[in-house]
Structures are given as C-alpha cells and as structure tokens.
Design a protein around this ligand. Structure first.
Ligand SMILES: C[S@@+](CC[C@H](N)C(=O)[O-])C[C@H]1O[C@@H](n2cnc3c(N)ncnc32)[C@H](O)[C@@H]1O
Length: 197
C-alpha cells in the first residue's frame, strides 16, 4: 500500500482517522516531527503494530524514502506527510489528536540571531498542548546542550506540562543519534506529559 498521505485540502483540520482511515484500529497516534529518513519511525512501527506512526518532514527526498521503505516493509501503521512542523501542529491536525510527539534531534539553530527559528518558543507551548490528547506526551532528544536547556526551561515554567521519568522499554536510536554518538557527543533527553488546563 502507499503510505504517503497527500491531503486534498491543506487548509482544513484533519483528524487521525482522515490520515489512517476511518476503521483505524490503533490505540496510540504518534508523530515523529522532522523524521528525516525514518530510521526511528520504521523500527517503532514494526515493534508496535497496535500503534499508528506519522512522520512529518519538510524535505521531499526524505519523506519519499520513509514512504517507500514503509510500503516495502508492509507497515500499514505508517504514514508520511510532507509539511512544515509548526503548521502541522497549529493548523493541520485537529486538537486533541496526538497521543505522543517525538521531537528528536531537531535543528538547534545555535546562533543567537537565529534563536527565533527554534520551534520551541513560549507561544509554541499552548499549540503543542492543544494538539495533544489527554495525558499526551512529548519525548525530546538532542545532542545540543543549549537547545536542551532552552526547551526544558520553557516547558518546566509552563503549567501545561509536567516532566516525568524517561521510561521507554523500546526506543530505537535515530540516524542522527547514531551519528552524534559515533563522534563522542553526549545525548540529552526529556519526557513531558500534558496537564489538563
Ligand atoms: C537534524 S535532522 C533529524 C532527523 C531525525 N529526527 C533523526 O534524529 O535522525 C532534522 C530533520 O527535521 C527536518 N525539519 C527541520 N525543520 C523542519 C520543519 N520546520 N518542518 C518539518 N521538518 C523539518 C529536517 O529536514 C531534517 O530532516
């Protein structure tokens, strides 16, 4: 099957059933935001067939690889969508849709004059809160200590999220994690749960 999700209308809000089908049997709807070539997403989908995984990616070549690979592996619980991350969360997906959001090795925009391009900003936190379902989770990993501190400071200061232990029995390393570890860099990770406002 073709696992690419190509919307008819980019301006309407989409439910997870629009994306995975109205008879969708899944018990968790998980987003890999900036999924790259999909190494993490495909392993998660194979390991957890009862959960649905949507890869979000702005680069066409990368999302094509994710879709081709998931189709070849017969992973019916995968979809790939080419879209910009913030637009997806703020305007595309219906509120309360996402069970778990994986935000793994995002671009850290290290220069101070580029900090405005970082996805996590004060005004992003309510957007994320609205997109997640009740008790929805954000799982975040980076090699960039400054961006890790930046994100944790904003999430810790928000009444909308609470930090919880990283308690993941199966959580494959992404391609970027493997790359940074091979260069001896430390990895930072954090998990937050949505608090009802
Ligand atoms: C550093 S890579 C990490 C890829 C993957 N998560 C991993 O850990 O291997 C960041 C990815 O996010 C994508 N990306 C960056 N900004 C994005 C945005 N605003 N919307 C969608 N994708 C984005 C990039 O194209 C790239 O594939």
């Amino acid at each position: 099957m073709d696992t690419a999700f190509v919307p008819d209308d980019y301006f309407k809000r989409h439910s997870v059933l629009d994306i995975f089908g109205s008879d969708s049997p899944y018990n968790s709807y998980e987003i890999d935001l900036g999924c790259g070539d999909g190494g993490f997403l495909l392993q998660m989908a194979a390991h957890y067939p009862e959960r649905a995984f949507l890869g979000i990616e702005r680069l066409l070549g990368r999302i094509r690889r994710v879709c081709n690979e998931s189709s070849q592996q017969g992973l019916n619980n995968v979809r790939g969508l080419r879209i910009e991350s913030r637009y997806f969360l703020e305007y595309f997906i219906a509120p309360g849709s996402i069970s778990r959001l994986h935000y793994l090795f995002p671009d850290p925009w290290p220069k101070e004059k580029h900090h405005k391009n970082r996805l996590v900003q004060e005004d992003f936190i309510p957007v994320l809160h609205r997109a997640l379902s009740e008790k929805g989770e954000l799982l975040f990993k980076t090699d960039h200590e400054d961006y890790y501190i930046w994100c944790c400071e904003r999430l810790d200061a928000s009444p909308l999220f609470q930090r919880v232990d990283w308690d993941e029995p199966f959580y494959p390393k992404t391609d970027f994690q493997l790359h940074w570890e091979s260069m001896g860099k430390p990895i930072y990770q954090a998990k937050y749960i949505k608090i009802e406002a």
